[in-house]
Design a protein. Structure first.
Length: 145
């Protein structure tokens, strides 16, 4: 019998058998792109969501659940107008819930923040990367704390 051992964050799962079937949720993938700066070309790292995700209200009730699909998109940089990059967007399997836990029929635009990922640069500065479905491109916004 084949033994499989996986370590996931602080959890250790030991499974004996021919395969391990895990449904991982809330995973990120990391990538990078180049942008021109006054001092030359700089590499920027970014992250995006992959696979299945569940979002919660502050009280712990489910707000939304669904999955993200990988896409090839574009971002405007100071080097090029259309720098190609890999990102993700919400798939068509999303379910949304109100604060009482009742399933609701909601337009995806109401939950458009689910297409955004924030990358912290330091204690005072963050960059938010959002996939804009209408423009089919990633928009980046600088946020100061």
């Amino acid at each position: 019998m084949k033994k499989n051992c996986l370590i996931i964050l602080t959890f250790i799962l030991v499974s004996c058998g021919s395969s391990v079937n895990l449904n991982l949720i809330n995973q990120y993938k990391f990538n990078e792109f180049e942008d021109c700066r006054p001092g030359g070309v700089e590499t920027f790292k970014y992250k995006y969501r992959i696979g299945k995700w569940i979002f919660y209200y502050p009280d712990g009730k489910i707000k939304a659940k669904g999955s993200y699909e990988l896409i090839q998109s574009y971002i405007s940089t100071r080097c090029r107008l259309d720098e190609k990059l890999e990102f993700s967007k919400m798939a068509n399997d999303w379910e949304f819930y109100d604060q009482n836990g009742q399933k609701i029929n909601s337009e995806r635009q109401v939950f458009s923040e689910l297409n955004c990922v924030t990358h912290e640069l330091d204690d005072f500065l963050e960059i938010q990367y959002c996939f804009d479905e209408k423009q089919n491109r990633v928009i980046n916004k600088i946020i100061t704390n």
